[in-house]
Each structure stands twice: as structure tokens, then as C-alpha cells.
Design a protein around this ligand. Structure first.
Ligand SMILES: [Zn+2]
Length: 197
């Protein structure tokens, strides 16, 4: 079918119509974005589907496709090589320590939520270590150990700051469960010390 021929006036009219249509479309999408911003949302809906995944959801900040951005983010997170510099032992530990400090209640809850067997197993392991590394103690030394633990509880109650009895040379590093190797530290100090000497 041959193209219909338009008079210059008609052509102008059609061009104007198309311009208006495009403007309307632009306003519609922008309106949805502005509305979403007003509602405090992070994403908004567009009329045109993403070419890659077919989603209509876009981020307000970047106008990028939401599922695609998540997919790319996950790919990056799963890329060991790429994430290596961010995942050193020290950095992970630092991050965890910071989180613990900022969320002491959550940390405690998480600890309590751990499977009982896991906690029991760890405690048993520790008890066994302590047993093996407890020298033959005199009665006085046994009493002294009790006193140290009792003092720790007293300090906790009086100051409201959690304290723990620490093995100066850690049990895991061959330290002895002997009064000479015990000290009372705040939980914070003790966590910082970990199993370092
Ligand atoms: Zn997409």
C-alpha cells in the first residue's frame, strides 16, 4: 500500500499530535516517580518493561531496573575474586565486632537462638579442655577460683556492665585453669582479646 500523502498542514498536525502523545507518556512515568518519592518509596512503576527481564519496577535514585540490579549485585557478591579484598578475616571480624557492640541485645538473642546441641558441644569441649588443663589444685586455690568467679558476678551486679573471667593465657593456647591465670575483664575487653595471648 502506498504511503498516504499528507499536505504540509496535515503533516504539521500529525507531528504536533505525536509530540503531545510523547509528552503525555513522559508526564505519566515521571508522575509515578514523583508520587513514589512523595510516598517515601525507593522504587516506582514504569509503563515500559525492562528489555532484559520484563520488569516494570525501577529505582527512584538511578532509574535502573530493580530485578536486574539485584541480579548484578548478587553476581558480584558471588564472585570470589572480586570480593576477596573485602572479605579478609580481620575485616569480617571487625564488622562482626562492631555489630555486636551496636546490637548487644540482638547478639545475645542470636546466641540463645543457636541450636542447643551446638552450644552444649562447645561448652563441653571447653569443659574438657579446662579439665585437662587444671593442675592439681590445693584447697585454697580452688577457693580462690570460686572467689574470682563470685567477684565477677558481684561486679556485674554492681556496675551493670557485663564482665567475664578470662584466662590470661587462653585455654586453647595451653593456658592453665589456675587462679594465677585468671583475670576479670569486661565482656567487651574479653571479646577484643579473643584467644590471643
Ligand atoms: Zn530488568
Amino acid at each position: 500500500m502506498p504511503k498516504p500523502k499528507y499536505t504540509p498542514e496535515e503533516r504539521k498536525r500529525i507531528q504536533k499530535e505525536n509530540l503531545l502523545k510523547n509528552k503525555e507518556k513522559f508526564d505519566r512515568t515521571n508522575y509515578s516517580r514523583l508520587e513514589a518519592i512523595e510516598q517515601g518509596k525507593k522504587t516506582y512503576e514504569v509503563k515500559k518493561a525492562c528489555k532484559k527481564c520484563g520488569s516494570f519496577e525501577r529505582y527512584i535514585s538511578s532509574k535502573g531496573c530493580v530485578p536486574c540490579a539485584i541480579k548484578i549485585g548478587l553476581e558480584k557478591l558471588n564472585n570470589e575474586e572480586l570480593m576477596k579484598p573485602y572479605r579478609t578475616k580481620e575485616k569480617t571480624k571487625k564488622r562482626l565486632d562492631k555489630w555486636r557492640e551496636e546490637n548487644p541485645e540482638k547478639f545475645q538473642q542470636q546466641w540463645l537462638r543457636q541450636p542447643k546441641e551446638k552450644v552444649n558441644c562447645r561448652a563441653a569441649k571447653r569443659r574438657a579442655l579446662i579439665k585437662n588443663q587444671t593442675p592439681n589444685l590445693s584447697e585454697d586455690e580452688i577457693k580462690l577460683i570460686f572467689t574470682i568467679y563470685e567477684n565477677c558476678i558481684k561486679i556485674n551486679q554492681e556496675t551493670g556492665i557485663p564482665h567475664e573471667v578470662d584466662h590470661i593465657i587462653p585455654i586453647s593456647k595451653g593456658g592453665m585453669h589456675h587462679p594465677n591465670n585468671l583475670q576479670i575483664l569486661t565482656m567487651k575487653e574479653n571479646r577484643k582479646k579473643g584467644n590471643k595471648l
